[in-house]
Design a protein around this ligand. Structure first.
Ligand SMILES: Cc1ncc(COP(=O)(O)O)c(C=O)c1O
Length: 419
């Protein structure tokens, strides 16, 4: 007798964590992966599909093409036949060059020399964060994160089964700057907390964690035995006349429970190249190499050759970019502060203004309205967590004229809404 056809399962059939469903053969990802939210920034960008004349400031990306001497280095490496696998941890000359670069920046500020043996390349900053997570975090672990925050940073621990406790920044009304109540953070980092994640300069707010707070956090984590994962992707993008944001590297010992993640994407305008790095205690490096093997095996050789040239000759590129960003930030800030219903704290680093709009309860709806009605593309604040509701994020790595036109569109819309 033929087997009776299987009845299709309902969308709500119970599953276990591995995605297995009793008697159901429908292909499904793990439950926790299915529950991951899709990017709300993408959702707004998708709302622009088919529309002309969009002025887009939603993604966190410099508008500049990577400098030609960096591109030439990649082409030369390809022409020389660099098309093979490489060491899990990155090519030795690049690890050495990063060691020199990081030591040159951080030793004068108190850091121990950053030895190449503590440095590993990763296939992008986001991959560096995933590797750090895979090294340290497992199901049930408690992680504390300072938010609002680029969603990738908080979703990675969740993908790995950890529980993320969020501690919100606030705007210091007197200074008009984003600020962290360190005692609230300490209260959240209870014994047993596995890791605290901090991103400074912060995406989306532009907050810089002061050096004293970093030192206090490190001391607290040492007492408790908690790891610090410090995402320093924007460390070079600061606007106070220095060339570097405060870094955990400046204050930590080489064998502290600290992993620093960084990237070539922002400072050298290399977002599409997908190259990042980690600084971690030497004792973890062999385990990291195994994880790199099972994730990507290695970063591409010709991309690493280009990065070598970026480190060697790219300092003027970094400095010119920061100076240009400072002018753009100031122009955007002045225009936003002149816009009714808008309140914005001064971003001290990164490349975003995170501003609130009086009376707005649904930033996703507002961002979609702005796309449809004004052809203006901004990221909804709720994409960075509940703390961001009522806010919009504006990436100011765009020409001043475009920023001005964008604010004019925002103003027109907000005045219209206010009528
Ligand atoms: C806070 C933060 N960390 C890390 C990254 C990683 O950048 P990438 O994966 O391009 O190296 C980004 C990119 O937007 C970011 O905003």
């Amino acid at each position: 007798m033929p087997e009776a056809p299987r009845v299709a399962s309902s969308a709500h059939a119970p599953t276990d964590e591995a995605g297995r469903e009793g008697g159901d053969r429908a292909p499904r990802a793990r439950e926790s992966i299915r529950r991951l939210p899709a990017s709300k920034i993408r959702e707004v960008a998708d709302a622009a599909s088919g529309l002309d004349g969009i002025l887009a400031f939603w993604f966190g990306e410099p508008d500049l093409v990577t400098a030609s001497f960096i591109r030439d280095a990649a082409k030369a490496a390809l022409d020389a036949g660099d098309t093979f696998y490489h060491h899990n941890l990155g090519i030795a000359p690049l690890r050495e060059a990063l060691s020199d670069y990081l030591s040159r920046l951080h030793v004068p500020l108190g850091a121990a020399p950053v030895e190449a043996s503590r440095i590993a390349l990763a296939s992008a900053g986001v991959n560096a964060l995933m590797l750090a997570g895979q090294l340290l975090l497992g199901p049930g672990d408690r992680v504390v994160a300072v938010v609002p925050l680029w969603p990738n940073v908080t979703e990675i621990p969740r993908i790995l089964g950890a529980q993320v406790v969020r501690i919100g920044l606030h705007v210091d009304a007197r200074k008009q700057r984003w600020s962290l109540d360190i005692d609230r953070l300490f209260a959240a980092i209870t014994p047993g907390t596995r890791a605290v994640i901090v991103n400074s300069p912060n995406n989306p707010t532009g907050w810089l964690m002061p050096r004293e707070q970093m030192a206090a956090l490190l001391a607290h984590c040492r007492r408790i035995g908690c790891w610090v994962i410090s995402d320093e992707a924007y460390e070079r993008l600061v606007f106070d006349g220095t060339t570097l944001a405060p870094s955990m590297l400046d204050i930590a010992d080489p064998d502290d429970r600290l992993i620093v993640a960084n990237t070539f994407s922002k400072a050298w305008q290399m977002t599409g190249w997908r190259l990042g790095w980690l600084v971690l205690p030497e004792a973890l490096v062999p385990d990291l190499a195994k994880l790199v093997e099972f994730n990507t095996s290695c970063a591409p050789g010709f991309v690493q050759q280009a990065a070598l040239v970026a480190l060697r000759d790219g300092e003027p590129v970094v400095r010119a970019f920061v100076e240009q960003l400072r002018v753009r930030r100031d122009a955007l800030l002045a225009a936003l502060r002149d816009t009714p219903r808008v309140r914005v704290a001064k971003p001290e680093g990164a490349m975003y203004a995170f501003f609130s709009v009086e009376g707005v309860k649904d930033s996703l709806a507002l961002a979609k309205d702005l796309v449809r009605a004004e052809r203006l593309g901004l990221a909804p604040g709720m994409a960075f967590g509940d703390e961001g509701e009522g806010y919009l994020r504006w990436c100011f790595a765009k020409p001043v004229q475009a920023l001005g036109e964008g604010v004019a569109r925002l103003r027109r819309h907000l005045l219209g809404l206010g009528r």
